[in-house]
Ligand binder design. Structure first.
Ligand SMILES: NC(=O)c1ccc[n+]([C@@H]2O[C@H](COP(=O)([O-])OP(=O)(O)OC[C@H]3O[C@@H](n4cnc5c(N)ncnc54)[C@H](OP(=O)(O)O)[C@@H]3O)[C@@H](O)[C@H]2O)c1
Length: 246
């Protein structure tokens, strides 16, 4: 039997990179996935790639009205949620000397505030227990210049996993962070360095000697989503090729 047979998963940022690979993997394993993203063209493309058992919802994961709409749509179509993957994210570097309130708020609204309310609004539908996966980053425990806001949002997720593991202990809901290392996704194109320089720099830092593929993060997410991790909660799965360990 497939690992996620009959499960309902909601994945924010499910149109590209880690979120898309996770959605594809979950569907292969028997789940129905709801994917969220802001761009309709990317949502349409993702639906085509995933092929079946997918519902796309155009929504900004930083916008609480959008999250209400997402919860209503999931309730109407399925009525239950088994798995939440809070994954939507972006990176923009800024040294602390020059970072602006707008930069700080944009990062925190999407990657620290958004996940709290995504989970809050879907929780009433997690009546049968389940698994919440907060996509953090190896960066949450590293010090790399320019990442004041980004790394702090990812550290906040690490903290939520501990707090919620305790809060949900009588509901059969497990909560963990998945902390990727540098993964070859479109996020690399949005950084101040060129992709080529980033790849070179990170390859030299990673013990495994290469960047991760999004599918490798999907495997880690599948482990946390499934019964294979039934005794794992409040923890952090560092799928980082060792970059945050050495
Ligand atoms: N790739 C890495 O090296 C790496 C390393 C550590 C952690 N991570 C984390 O992994 C997660 C996924 O990143 P990725 O590498 O897969 O990047 P990606 O390919 O750029 O994917 C980002 C996803 O988030 C969505 N998104 C961005 N802003 C959003 C918003 N306001 N509301 C809803 N969706 C939004 C994007 O869709 P739309 O733009 O259409 O909304 C897209 O689906 C992020 O949280 C990132 O911080 C990545």
């Amino acid at each position: 039997m497939s690992t996620l047979a009959g499960k309902i998963a909601v994945i924010s940022g499910g149109t590209t990179g880690i979120g898309l690979a996770t959605a594809q993997r979950f569907v292969t394993e028997g789940a129905h996935v709801f994917i969220l993203g802001r761009r309709q063209a990317q949502l349409d493309e993702a639906v085509e790639l995933i092929g079946r058992n997918v519902t796309a919802i155009k929504a900004d994961a930083a916008n609480l009205d959008d999250l209400d709409r997402v919860a209503a749509a999931v309730r109407e179509e399925k009525g239950v949620v088994d798995i939440i993957v809070s994954n939507a994210g972006f990176t923009e570097q800024a040294p602390v000397d020059t970072l602006t309130p707008a930069h700080f708020d944009k990062a925190f609204n999407l990657m620290a505030r958004g996940p709290v309310f995504l989970v809050q609004k879907l929780l009433p539908m997690m009546t049968g227990g389940g698994s919440i996966i907060l996509v953090s980053s190896a960066m949450h425990q590293m010090g790399i210049g320019g990442h004041t806001a980004y790394a702090a949002t990812k550290a906040a997720l690490r903290s939520y996993a501990r707090t919620w593991a305790a809060e949900f202990k009588d509901r059969g809901i497990r909560v963990n962070t998945l902390s990727p290392g540098v993964t070859d996704t479109p996020i690399l194109d949005s950084q101040s360095e060129t992709r080529e320089n980033l790849v070179k720099m990170y390859q030299s830092m990673v013990p495994i000697g290469r960047l991760a593929q999004a599918e490798e993060m999907a495997s880690a997410a599948l482990f946390l989503a499934s019964g294979q991790s039934s005794y794992v909660t409040g923890s952090d799965l560092m799928a980082d090729g060792g970059i945050g360990q050495v």
